[in-house]
Design a protein around this ligand. Structure first.
Ligand code: FAD
Length: 290
């Protein structure tokens, strides 16, 4: 397997990168860690004559807390940087835990959050987490910027709402606050996960006031299961186990799984239920921790 010849461009601004992508329509593509892109080129599944390296663009880098408490993670931040970030550990411990379980250390060292989301692969753990967290993405081009929910950005298997000349700039996660917790659980037999579930729970006056549940890997594209989150609303203390049982049933009903090397569609539905119980329990514990 060899990669066909290509020209590498190294822009230092969003406008410059966007103009390069426009100059070579259909022949140019953004390039970050290359863990997905170069593999697809090697396998002959895609071919590009111009790779636009986005890693030297300052606007796509870094992790910081924004005014209002939103956590901004730049698109070129690697999985390893997120895993090692004290800020992420303090604000979103479940995300740090998730990142520690992505792929292997070699992929985590080069693969970026932006590349993971833009490739829109079904097996995206961060996508499940960000859907449940209610995160937003910011896109930029020579024309300007726009912001949208992760839910709207992930448009289907290997498909996002991104124009060819746009770059993913960053991801913004809503503020951590008292009474809010996140949880994540996954199971992997091979390199890519068989199923993963993420959950965000908000507790107010002792009861669950809001819950969001998202699933990846078991279905064709990471998905937010809105009805499932709602089955948890109102649960408190002793009711929690019953509410979790109802949520598990709802998730097994609503998720559209498929057969593959990881198991049958039925087996995946079973897994989603187990993982949901684990993720929601972690989220609830974090939300109710003093
Ligand atoms: C062996 C293996 C195991 C894996 N296991 C897991 C796992 O357990 N969980 C999981 O979630 N993921 C897993 N992955 C996926 C991994 O997370 C991604 O490969 C990685 O994050 C992609 O990032 P990258 O920077 O290498 O993207 P690249 O390969 O550089 O790019 C991927 C795609 O995104 C586009 N792109 C990249 N950056 C931008 C940008 N800023 N704006 C616009 N478009 C952009 C590129 O044009 C390309 O289409 C695995 C991958 C491998 C190879």
């Amino acid at each position: 397997m060899t990669i066909p010849r290509f020209e590498l461009h190294v822009p230092t601004s969003v406008a410059e990168a966007s103009e390069l992508l426009r100059r070579y329509p259909g022949e140019a593509v953004p390039y970050a860690g290359g863990t997905e892109l170069l593999q697809t080129m090697k396998l002959g599944l895609a071919s590009f004559e111009h790779l636009v390296d986005v890693k030297r663009i300052p606007a796509l880098a870094g992790i910081a807390v924004q005014p209002g408490g939103w956590l901004r993670i730049g698109a070129t931040t690697t999985h390893r940087e997120i895993e090692r970030s004290a800020l992420v550990g303090e604000r979103l411990p479940a995300l740090r835990l998730l990142e520690r379980q992505v792929a292997n250390v070699r992929v985590r060292n080069t693969g970026t959050l932006g590349g993971n989301l833009c490739f829109a692969e079904p097996h995206s753990d961060p996508a499940a987490f960000l859907l449940a967290a209610g995160a937003r993405v910011r896109l930029g081009s020579a024309e300007g910027e726009r912001e949208l929910d992760v839910d709207a950005f992930i448009a289907g298997p290997l498909f996002t709402d991104r124009a060819p000349d746009e770059l993913l700039l960053d991801v913004r996660v809503p503020p951590a606050r008292p009474g809010r917790g996140h949880g994540f659980a996954k199971l992997a037999f091979f390199e890519r996960p068989a199923a993963s579930v993420a959950c965000r729970i908000d507790v107010a006056e002792g009861a669950i006031a809001d819950a969001r549940v998202a699933v990846a890997s078991a279905c064709e594209s990471p998905v937010l299961l809105e009805r499932v989150g709602q089955t948890l609303v109102g649960a408190r203390g002793a009711d929690l186990d019953d509410a979790l049982g109802a949520a598990v049933e709802a998730a097994r009903h609503d998720v559209e799984t498929f057969d593959d090397v990881n198991g049958s569609a039925d087996y995946k539905r079973h897994l989603v239920g187990l993982l949901l119980r684990a993720a929601a329990t972690s989220a609830y514990e974090e939300a109710t921790r003093a």
